[in-house]
Design a protein. Structure first.
Length: 277
């Protein structure tokens, strides 16, 4: 039996993972922004399911909750930073408040969860960190600039942290799902107020993101099962791509990036220092 700490367990991947883990007999320490949203799981699983109220934008509260989970459960084997939401719209369409809230949640909140967990993972001699990202952490789309900014930021953070904590037996995995048939697009997705200037441009395509007539490809139950299974892989996979759409977007973006950079090899070397050492 393993013990998991998962942020945002009331919906989406967090809920799917929690249900699967509890069903198989693991313990879950979960956090929710909306109190009462997982009462059904608490009633069914009792002490097997530990719950705390948390908004990851409250950095000081993040550390309190993480410390409390370890104090009451004794050990946590896997930490999943999952809480987050989508914000779509052209950069110019977003308000300052929307920009700040997006980065506070998807970037700074995720960083806070990891930083709060690391002392405990080191003290117990290892464990696993799993960061839920998106294919948008490697590829970009018009109308997703701030969402991409947060996800690219957290992927850079986690990749660096992976190298920092490997000597302590702590593995790190960044999960990059494609579209999934969760309520993410409908319940937690925020859209900017449209500016007429962007009508008919590529950025305007995101305005139909909540259209239920175009279901996503991904099966959230299968995706959650893959995330859970990754915790047993040794060594930890640094990236876990889920969905054929995610694989296509990520590999295309990486190939395009290399194609842009590789022709610059000689020009890049030409700027090296050539004077006396």
């Amino acid at each position: 039996m393993a013990t998991w700490f998962i942020t945002g367990v009331n919906s989406g991947f967090g809920r799917q993972m929690t249900e699967q883990l509890l069903e198989r007999g693991d313990r879950v320490a979960g956090t929710v922004r909306k109190e009462g949203s997982v009462d059904d799981l608490q009633a069914k699983y009792g002490d097997q399911f530990w719950v705390a109220h948390l908004d990851v934008r409250d950095i000081s509260r993040v550390r309190v909750v993480v410390d409390q989970a370890w104090a009451e459960l004794g050990r946590v084997d896997v930490v999943v930073s999952n809480a987050g939401y989508g914000l779509f719209g052209a950069a110019e369409e977003l308000t300052d408040e929307q920009v700040r809230a997006q980065l506070d949640t998807n970037l700074l909140g995720s960083i806070a969860v990891v930083r709060a967990a690391l002392p405990h993972l080191r003290a117990q001699g290892g464990g696993r960190l799993i960061q839920i990202s998106t294919y948008g952490g490697q590829a970009t789309n018009p109308g997703a600039s701030l969402y991409n900014a947060g996800k690219w930021g957290i992927e850079g953070f986690m990749e660096s942290v992976a190298k920092e904590v490997a000597p302590f037996g702590i593995g790190v995995t960044i999960v990059e799902p494609g579209g999934a048939r969760t309520e993410f697009r409908f319940d937690s997705l925020q859209l900017a107020a449209p500016l007429p200037a962007y009508d008919g441009t590529p950025a305007a395509m995101v305005r139909g993101a909540k259209d239920r007539g175009h279901p996503s490809l991904g099966d959230p139950a299968r995706m959650a099962a893959s995330i859970i299974a990754s915790a047993d892989q040794q060594p930890a996979p640094l990236r876990l791509v889920l969905g054929s759409d995610a694989y296509k977007f990520v590999t295309t973006a990486l190939r395009e990036r290399l194609a842009q950079i590789e022709p610059q090899q000689l020009a890049a070397a030409a700027t090296d220092w050539s004077g006396p050492q």
